[in-house]
Write a protein that binds this ligand. Structure first.
Ligand SMILES: NC(=O)c1ccc[n+]([C@@H]2O[C@H](COP(=O)([O-])OP(=O)(O)OC[C@H]3O[C@@H](n4cnc5c(N)ncnc54)[C@H](OP(=O)(O)O)[C@@H]3O)[C@@H](O)[C@H]2O)c1
Length: 211
């Protein structure tokens, strides 16, 4: 599979490293062109830098929007008519730091980022909230855990699971576990009960069901 990663900052770089290590072909695009170039150079032929966000989607089976929540809608508007059947993955948490360095949520209580993103996307776009469920450092250090992989939770509308995001999660060295529809995404974000957890599948299942 080929996956586009738009945004090569903290989490985009971490996702790119784990996917490239797992053999995924990558198209990278970022406002920070230098970081995209450095990442691609580190992966050899496994990744190329696209001309721009829209070009990154050409021949991509999936696209990861590794962007701050505040720029997500603008980038979705920019690429919307080029999305076609491309599966979309959103790691963004709806948070930012206030001037005092405190984490503040950008959405009203009770409103999930998954529902908001669904409203920004062209009708019929398939997507998952995934890969933003733990800090980049924890994500990289927990990848390919032995003897049993750690779980990476995701939320999506596909009741029987989303093959594309499950492929990416396995490629990155985790066991995928769907927690429910995108309206459940608050559980995965900073402050959610399933955020920053490194657990095996039995414990993960009981946490998902037991809430
Ligand atoms: N970092 C983590 O450990 C982590 C973990 C879990 C979830 N998350 C979530 O993931 C999201 C991204 O976080 P981050 O820490 O990776 O942020 P970040 O380090 O600021 O990275 C965002 C990247 O997107 C680029 N960008 C900005 N506008 C763009 C545009 N219009 N088109 C293409 N690229 C653009 C930025 O380039 P410039 O720097 O040039 O603006 C930067 O490379 C946030 O919502 C965060 O909550 C982060």
């Amino acid at each position: 599979m080929t996956t586009a990663i738009i945004g090569t900052g903290g989490i985009g770089s971490a996702i790119a490293r784990q996917l490239a290590a797992g053999g995924e072909a990558l198209q990278l695009s970022s406002a920070d062109k230098e970081s995209a170039r450095k990442l691609a150079a580190a992966f050899g032929g496994a990744a190329v830098v696209a001309l721009d966000n829209r070009s990154a989607l050409q021949e991509a089976d999936a696209v990861v929007l590794a962007l701050r929540f505040s720029v997500l809608k603008d980038v979705i508007d920019e690429i919307a008519d080029a999305l076609g059947d491309t599966f979309l993955v959103v790691p963004s948490n709806p948070v930012e730091l206030d001037p005092q360095g405190k984490v503040v949520r950008l959405l009203p209580e009770g409103q999930s980022s998954g529902q908001v993103v669904a409203g920004w996307l062209p009708i019929g776009t398939r997507f998952a909230i995934a890969f933003g469920t733990m800090s980049g450092d924890l994500f990289e250090s927990s990848s390919h855990r032995s003897p049993k992989p750690a779980v990476l939770f995701y939320a999506s509308a596909d009741e029987h699971g989303s093959d594309e995001v499950e492929h990416l999660i396995r490629t990155a060295g985790f066991e995928p576990m769907r927690i429910g529809g995108v309206e459940q995404s608050s559980r995965l974000e900073v402050g959610g009960d399933l955020h920053d957890l490194v657990v095996g599948s039995a414990e993960a299942r009981s946490l998902v069901v037991g809430a």
